[in-house]
Design a protein around this ligand. Structure first.
Ligand SMILES: [Zn+2]
Length: 181
């Protein structure tokens, strides 16, 4: 039977505080080969109205030529954090991810290495069913120690974070992956 690692099981029971503006449902664990799952995928719904179709915001930037970004060709748009979700049904806006404050580097090291946007926030084309996946590769004993030192809960210290948007009514999938440690 598939199961979670101890770190992921904690997060499934108590999701990261950075996601507290969203209603989350943990999806069943899927083992990685014979290893227990060390990530928890949550499906997201609106805390206000419980609907589950969103607009995803970000700060678009077009990669220059030559592109300094790995895997991103010149001329292609990428979506810088922070990201918010806007409920298509009721219009509520909820925080999704901020690289400057969330996860291990956000909490313990003053932010992760991603460029964040400050003006020009707009929405990714399309509307989406969204899942978010905090990932825990760090040993439980180590994150318990850091969590105590920084006064946070252990699930807050994810070391990477995946956002996945499944387009509703056609369009392109949205997927982005942040290293946070
Ligand atoms: Zn809503």
């Amino acid at each position: 039977m598939d199961s979670w690692s101890p770190e992921a099981a904690l997060a499934a029971a108590q999701p990261p505080a950075s996601l507290s503006q969203l209603a989350l449902t943990a999806l069943p664990p899927r083992n990685i080969g014979s290893r227990p799952a060390f990530a928890v995928e949550f499906s997201v719904s609106c805390k206000t109205c419980n609907h589950a179709v969103f607009l995803i915001s970000g700060f678009p930037k077009i990669a220059p030529d030559p592109s300094p970004y790995y895997g991103l060709p010149p001329g292609k748009t990428f979506w810088r954090p922070p990201h918010n979700l806007k409920c298509l049904n009721c219009g509520s806006v909820a925080k999704l991810f901020d690289a400057r404050t969330d996860g291990y580097d956000g909490i313990c090291n003053g932010g992760c290495s991603y460029e964040s946007g400050t003006d020009g926030e707009t929405f990714v084309p399309g509307s989406f069913k969204v899942t978010v996946t905090p990932v825990y590769n760090i040993e439980l004993s180590e994150i318990i120690e850091s969590a105590a030192a920084f006064g946070v809960q252990t699930p807050d210290l994810f070391d990477s974070f995946v956002i996945h948007g499944d387009p509703v009514g056609g369009g392109k999938r949205f997927e982005t992956h942040y290293e946070c440690a």
